[in-house]
Write a protein of this length. Structure first.
Lengths: 415, 282
């Protein structure tokens, strides 16, 4: 075959995962007598599969096809490849990248891998997610316990109650998702849209049938089908997932406390045009979603014992990402995008605990889990991320800042 | 929908929300807020003629109007007041749990929160919620009261299974010894199951879990939990269970139930083994 393609800087299948933001790619022909005109296109490998679009350079709009001329000397030609808006994959390698030229063609299967509304997943997407989640927990002996040990009362000041809340949790979710993808690279961290009813999520074949109680009732464990991947779930040596709901999970969104209602998506986006105003969402909808339950998820010291915690926070992060896109707030140097505080871990260029391994005051005296897990699809944000390193997550202001994930309902759009 | 149309739609929704947020509230709550303003709203939370549900909602609205760092004052007062209606105290507790998550001043008022919760334990309608919040915060005096109640039923604040559930939320609660005692002589199956959960990380309980797993007189719930614990403590002892053959038990009156239980157990063990951690490569 006279053509070679690299996706995300690699020819290996492990790197063939893209989101909406353009991934750096390149193509070349083996040395030949003359230049070779090629056309790049994309189509789903099967009905409902993913589709990609092309970027001739980082500042150009996307196109469905791209014409390139490959030099005769075999040197590389760069291009960008991103997921087509509202055409994410449902299976691994269900999106085809096709290069044709001079009668030859090369087809590269890949995946438009995005975090999706968990309530809308196909059964096979749901089951892959659950299987990876269960393997991360591995009956209490897996890496999940590190994530649980990171999110504890003694580390509160690193994680909550300030401007660092959103970027810190974005980093946690990224590390967590990369842990899932280490088990199954086709899995994303899907989100629970807590401002809408999510009857599919709260079923015995997904995150567990969740009994409705009042605040003065003790919680019970969620009910799971026999053979459910999470049926051997263990954290802190204790089996089960302690969670009951203060609302009807089949018909209602999470309500929040009386008079301190959980904000809808639109109301959250309406909190303000600058970061300091938007960051009020730490109270509602974030805190309001947590306390719509009794059981582990309702309190910081125990919340991460429940895997729903990560889906709740994926929605918090999605709301931030949506606000960033809607308000065009992606340049970390702009104080409307992030405004820190004068405390370690809260300034724009501070490294974040525990990935930095710092265990001296004012940081906690422990740092579970080690550095941030690397990804085969991007080098950002590095092993010891900073607040700055996770703000421009799609690489809008700087392509090198792209950290390799996206949401089904948050477009990539150049400012 | 194109990206452009999506942006326009969201912008319209946000504009509508902004306009709605600027409007005065309506409904029954408005009667309490007729004069408007934060002070009026605050006074409505203790209005002697207002229904507790309305006062509870007003309490939330007061907190919502304030900065997250100062919103705890009124809810702390309401939760700590033994003469306050339970509905208002429950709402105050819910608000304080939210603020414990997101208020920058929580470390300053945490001692008052714990003290208010300890008082709330005396109110039956608040006991479960207060005990849960206290144990999630790792409150040692509460853990000791719960342990004392497990050893002496006369001191028990809640049933055995509930006490064990509460204590199990803190791995440092020193509850294994009493859990062993409960598991050896459980008052009911709920207590046995909770004791087993506490002991699922106890290396000294491997033999007990093996026995429970092998004991066909135990319920499916008990045997499945024994398998889960064994998978955690000694995975090499947990082998795939064969799916029961229907025809082999066809002449037993209880065959359908037995078979369903055995089948569920086999599926459960299969799931445990499937998601086990792979041994590290040598």
């Amino acid at each position: 075959m006279p053509l070679e393609i690299e996706i995300n800087g690699s020819a290996t299948p492990e790197a063939r995962y893209i989101a909406y933001a353009p991934s750096p790619c390149r193509i070349r022909q083996t040395p030949a007598a003359g230049p070779l005109p090629v056309t790049l296109s994309s189509q789903p490998a099967q009905p409902g599969g993913g589709q990609a679009v092309f970027y001739s350079d980082p500042a150009a709009p996307s196109s469905a096809t791209l014409q390139l001329t490959l030099p005769a000397d075999g040197s590389w030609v760069d291009f960008g490849l991103g997921g087509k808006w509202q055409a994410p994959s449902v299976d691994d390698r269900d999106c085809l990248l096709i290069a044709t030229g001079n009668g030859d063609s090369l087809t590269v299967p890949l995946m438009v891998r995005l975090r999706k509304d968990a309530n809308t997943l196909l059964p096979r997407e749901r089951d892959r997610f659950l299987e990876a989640l269960a393997k991360l927990n591995a009956g209490g002996s897996g890496r999940y316990q590190d994530f649980r040990d990171i999110h504890v009362a003694a580390a509160n000041e690193e994680e909550h109650r300030g401007p660092h809340f959103l970027p810190w949790h974005r980093t946690l979710l990224l590390d967590f998702e990369r842990g899932l993808q280490d088990i199954d690279s086709a899995v994303s961290l899907h989100y629970w849209r807590f401002d809408q009813p999510a009857s599919s999520v709260f079923q015995s074949n997904f995150m567990g049938a969740t009994a409705q109680v009042t605040l003065d009732d003790p919680p019970s464990d969620v009910a799971l089908d026999s053979g459910h991947p999470l049926s051997g779930w263990i954290t802190d040596g204790v089996p089960g997932i302690s969670r009951s709901a203060l609302f009807d999970t089949q018909t209602s969104p999470a309500p929040g406390p009386p008079g301190f209602d959980l904000l809808s998506e639109a109301a959250t986006l309406a909190l303000g045009d600058v970061y300091t105003d938007f960051a009020q969402m730490e109270g509602t909808p974030h805190g309001a979603a947590h306390v719509s339950f009794v059981g582990w998820i309702s309190s910081i010291p125990t919340a991460a014992k429940d895997p729903l915690f990560f889906m709740l926070h994926a929605n918090v992060d999605r709301l931030w990402a949506l606000w960033q896109w809607l308000k065009r707030r992606t340049d970390p140097n702009d104080v409307k995008v992030y405004r820190g505080q004068n405390r370690d871990g809260r300034r724009l260029d501070d490294s974040t605990w525990p990935w930095n391994g710092v265990t001296t005051s004012p940081r906690p005296d422990f740092a579970p889990g080690g550095p941030l897990k690397p990804s085969p699809t991007t080098a950002a944000p590095g092993a010891t991320p900073t607040i700055r390193g996770v703000i421009d997550y799609q690489g809008n202001s700087s392509a090198a800042a792209r950290i390799g994930y996206g949401y089904d309902a948050v477009p990539f759009e150049l400012s | 929908m194109s990206i452009r149309d999506y942006r326009q739609q969201l912008e319209q929704e946000v504009a509508q929300e902004s306009a709605r947020a600027a409007e005065p509230s309506g409904g029954p709550q408005a009667e309490l807020e007729s004069a408007g303003g934060a002070d009026q709203l605050l006074s409505s939370t203790t209005h002697p003629e207002a229904a507790p549900e309305l006062r509870a909602a007003a309490l939330g609205r007061v907190a919502r109007q304030k900065d997250l760092g100062s919103a705890q004052v009124a809810p702390l007062e309401r939760l700590a007041d033994p003469n306050e209606a339970p509905a208002v105290r429950v709402a105050a507790l819910s608000l304080l749990k939210l603020l414990a998550i997101s208020s920058p001043t929580f470390p300053e008022w945490r001692p008052m929160f714990l003290e208010a919760l300890r008082r709330a334990v005396d109110e039956p309608a608040l006991r479960a919620a207060a005990l849960e919040a206290l144990t999630q915060e790792g409150d040692r005096p509460t853990q000791e009261k719960l342990l004392a109640g497990l050893k002496d039923p006369g001191q028990a604040l809640v049933p055995v299974d509930h006490a064990l559930r509460l204590l199990s939320s803190d791995p440092h609660a020193d509850v294994r010894e009493v859990a062993r005692s409960v598991a050896g002589n459980p008052p009911d199956e709920a207590a046995l199951l909770q004791a087993m959960k506490v002991l699922a990380g106890d290396p000294g309980s491997v033999e007990a879990f093996r026995s429970l797993l092998a004991d066909r007189s135990q319920s499916s719930s008990v045997r499945k939990l024994a398998a889960t614990a064994l998978n955690n403590l000694a995975p090499e002892l947990l082998q795939p269970a064969p799916e029961p053959r229907l025809e082999a038990a066809a002449d037993l009156a209880s065959a359908p139930a037995l078979t369903a239980d055995e089948s569920a157990l086999a599926k459960h063990i299969g799931a445990l083994i499937r998601v086990r951690r792979e041994p590290a490569p040598r």
